[in-house]
Design a protein around this ligand. Sequence first.
Ligand code: ZN
Length: 404
Amino acid sequence: MELQAVPPSVLHPPMSEKAIRARKKYLRQKEVKALELKNARERNRKKLGLKLLSHVFKKSKQSDGFKFSFQIENEVREIFQTWADEVVQEFLGSLEERWTWHRMLTAGDFLSLRHIRDQLPQELVDSYDKFQEQVDKHLSPVKARKALEEEGRKIKEEEERKYAERTVDDLTKLCMKVSAPIELVRKAVKMAGFTNKMGRPRPISILTSLEDADIIKWYAGVGRRWLDFFCCCHNLKMVKTVVSYHLRFSCILTLAEKHEATKIECIRHYTKDLKVPDLNGNEEVHFPTEKEVKMMGDKNLSDPKPVDGALSLLLIRLASDEPSHSCIGHFCDKTDTVMYRVRLLQNILNVNPADEGKWVPRMSAIHESLNQMCLPLCSDHKSDLYTGKITLQDLDCTSHVNVD
Ligand SMILES: [Zn+2]
């Protein structure tokens, strides 16, 4: 991984104009949708109300008066009251509505002219004044306007404060930026044969001798460990693309080649999440799903397992009938094992790992002496080795079996 000291704004860049616009658009769309939903609800309520009223009206015309065996007046009253309250609440909640009502109820009334008031009965003038008082009390939009303005001012102030803080931070602080060596990852992807010269996913033919689940597990082992290893990196997104696109489709193409099917047929069978049935027929997912990959990142670095082991090791199942051996996994006493032959990437490619130009720099290689070795493994340990949960160090490789 590459380390670099950078000002904080590099790690957490402020939103671009485009991003801000997109965010605003999204919020507006959400608002419009909510409004539409509310209107639809109101429309339905209105329809229902009309239906109720017309039904009640019809009934009362047919029989003079209501005759119920039970009393529902209170319930009906309650329902209508809540509806009315909600409507009033809504009117009072909207600044524009209040403004309109206030203007309509106060403006240009001749009752406020002195020489007219003098000629009118005192009672009428008094009740008019009282009414105006109530209008001012409940509908005056001044208070709400002030509150809105205050809120706007606070938001603006907060923004300015944040901007100042960010600027000072940028001038005085330095943070550590961790980047994944994306060039090396790309080179490893190409070397292992996940992609062709054009950088497009391609099948890895040698894997076609494995069982379907093992092919997927092998890919999952590489992919998961890459994502795990680089999870703290600033440019994890690039690694995500490599895993979620290049590795996933290389796996699909390998399965397609094995079954002599097309890519589409393969996706239809395994889905893009590469689901395989386990022994009990339940669907298992080993490869990180697209959604899962999207959610990864922003984690702290914690004891990462190197990817090299999973990437440069292939286990090919032997077809011969060997006498049963016990599993060579440490502390494993299972005897229902299968014999696997180790094939190393450097031997398949015929590349010397010491040659930095051809091998990926800093990527370690498994020792030459393990090539072609035959290892008896139980299904659990085989699976763990494929997915990268254990490495060759967790096996007792000295008790390998010689098979010609
Ligand atoms: Zn075992």
